[in-house]
Design a protein around this ligand. Sequence first.
Ligand SMILES: C[S@@+](CC[C@H](N)C(=O)[O-])C[C@H]1O[C@@H](n2cnc3c(N)ncnc32)[C@H](O)[C@@H]1O
Length: 306
Amino acid sequence: MRDGLPVTANQRLVFLNHAPDFDAAGIRGVAQQCNAAAVKALDAAGWTVQPDIPDAEFDGAVVRIARSKAWTQHMIAQAAAAAPLVVVDGQKTDGIDTHFKLIKARCGVLGTITKAHGRIFWFQSCDLSDWMAGPLSPAPGFQTHVGLFSAEKIDPGSALLADRLPEQLGPRVADLGAGWGFLSKHILAKSGVQHLDCVEIDHRAAACCGANLNDPRATVHWADATTWSGRYDDIVMNPPFHVGRAAASDLGKAFIAAAARCLTKKGNLWLVANRHLPYESDLKEKFRSVQELPGDNRFKVLRACL
Ligand SMILES: C[S@@+](CC[C@H](N)C(=O)[O-])C[C@H]1O[C@@H](n2cnc3c(N)ncnc32)[C@H](O)[C@@H]1O
């Protein structure tokens, strides 16, 4: 742990939203992490890691903030309930200074260190239970949670793709990056679908997806779609277009490569993307035919056949 921080090696610590690159300098504890790829990396680095905060007593909790303010506040409130001392770490671009000011006003701050574009601060826990976020519902029958993609409102790109799907799909279908299950629900409403694999990297989204679908034909996998293997007649996806703050067409391209790998001969990929994302050349390289279905000025819907 960086010099000056109030936690030591012999304390019971929990690290929320822990990242493999966090400079913990030998101090260990239980790590909480929802992202399946980060879990793999933490596991490989010898951390004990799980998607939820363990129900145990801790001397301290270290929170790495997320981009979502509401999700970060939820984590800070969880940390304050789990330990008497909370350390908060993050980048200015992710809003660490806002959290610093809010906590200073609510609980007081015991210390802070700023470095380059980041800040760490710590405080003695106070009651922040009003920051705990309850379930959200972007549409009747769907439950989501703060910080998830389209948590409060159906994504217009996903809605467009759902409208463009054919009447029949399958029998084996995958939804890569399934989120809380909006597209999956539409897939399951098509005739011919006997099995649907919903692959989602975020544990919270995957949990919502399972609860929202509640269908014996659907299996939710908390996993990285870019390394997924399976055999499908159709793959449907609204691939992620950000990594942190940066636009990332590479991630979308890795989704396309996974789809090309996992589709059966004559299988179809159904994909929606922001108009500016350059997926066509990858699609043309990997698929026999690529067709643009009616879209709108923001989104394009593409069908690619192997
Ligand atoms: C644009 S959202 C689409 C969500 C959902 N399919 C919908 O249409 O509402 C992309 C989803 O992919 C997930 N995701 C990002 N990277 C992933 C990866 N490597 N493997 C699996 N899922 C991933 C995100 O957590 C997010 O839920």
